[in-house]
Write a protein that binds this ligand. Structure first.
Ligand SMILES: *Cc1c(COP(=O)(O)O)cnc(C)c1O
Length: 322
């Protein structure tokens, strides 16, 4: 992995060509209520309305589309219980290659079912007794499958960068762009696009307050690893930024702010009540960071990436009832 060249803006534009007509060009929504609250103009890029419900489809499809014929024939493998699993499963079906997804046996039944419905084979493991990375590596080796990582891969990063590419094509003169942050695939891809298309735009990463591994890493000047954070933002429970994502973030990000679970719930409520859209907790990080991150946005034009919308309705209603 370390010998692979880091992605560039050219890789992002190449990904955009590969995704054309395959991924949705998601809408950019406005909200006068949100504008009034912040005294700013907000532009919401709605990846909750992307295929399979999250931006992860972009990176997975781009990575799979770049495999050789021999690799395609043997197929791909991913370990994930979340959006990356479904993104790889759907992309593999579209590109007509076998996919094997390694998931914890106690993953929500709906997620296991959704992944199998996309035609992937699901292998489960016991989170408490098995080493999922070892299992995945063994399976990949046995079957000659290509392992697709969720964020630390140049083609995955380039695919995610098309989110900011599209937003900046539509709204070129943004002053700020807020992007949620787990392992940093989405943020580093968006940084490549913003750097090339809107160098004046300050890109801000938003992490859960319970797990600010990237903020700590930036301050330390090297990758800092933390315990798996306890937060409702299940797509951002990363322990450390990636070896490829971190240097890109370090070089280009303007700042990293955090949001608490309480602030995420308020943002989820705002999305449902005011904007009539379903957003998953991780997908609400960017808005919560813009609202509470301590950055003065008065009079500014601000992009907000809504990263995904995959949340069970009973889970969402529990958050909103609390
Ligand atoms: C994976 C994911 C993230 C975090 O993305 P990274 O590339 O790991 O930083 C954020 N939101 C949603 C909905 C996700 O699925």
């Amino acid at each position: 992995m370390h010998s692979i060249a880091p992605p560039t803006f050219d890789d992002v534009t190449d990904a955009a060509r590969r995704l054309q007509g395959v991924a949705h060009r998601t809408p950019v929504l406005r909200s006068s209520t949100a504008d009034a609250q912040l005294g700013a103009q907000l532009f919401f890029k709605c990846e909750n309305l992307q295929r399979m419900g999250a931006f992860k489809f972009r990176g997975a499809y781009n990575a799979l589309s770049r495999l050789s014929d021999a690799q395609r024939e043997r197929g791909v493998l991913a370990f994930s219980s979340g959006n990356h699993a479904q993104a790889v499963a759907l992309s593999a079906r579209l590109l007509d290659m076998p996919a094997l997804i390694v998931m914890p046996e106690d993953a929500p039944a709906a997620k296991i079912a959704a992944t199998s419905e996309y035609g992937a084979q699901v292998v489960t493991f016991n989170r408490f007794t098995d080493d999922r990375e070892a299992i995945s590596r063994r399976l990949a080796e046995e079957r000659g499958m290509t392992l697709v990582p969720p964020f630390d891969h140049p083609h995955v990063i380039a695919g995610q960068g098309t989110v900011a590419l599209e937003l900046l094509q539509e709204v070129p003169d943004l002053d700020y762009l807020f992007v949620c942050l787990g392992g940093g695939g989405l943020l580093s891809g968006c940084l490549l696009a913003a750097q090339a298309l809107a160098p004046q735009c300050q890109v801000i990463g938003v992490e859960p307050a319970a797990g600010n591994d990237v903020q700590q890493s930036l301050r330390a000047g090297h990758i800092v690893r933390i315990d798996t954070p306890r937060t409702i933002a299940d797509g951002a429970q990363s322990q450390a930024p990636g070896e490829i994502t971190f240097p890109i973030i370090q070089r280009h990000v303007a700042d990293i702010v955090t949001a608490t679970d309480e602030q995420l719930v308020a943002a989820l409520r705002f999305y449902a009540e005011r904007m009539k859209i379903v957003v998953e907790p991780t997908g609400a990080l960017a808005l919560a960071g813009a609202q509470h991150g301590g950055i003065d946005l008065h009079g500014q034009r601000v992009g907000i990436v809504i990263s995904g919308g995959n949340v069970d309705m009973d889970r969402l209603s529990r958050f909103l009832a609390a």
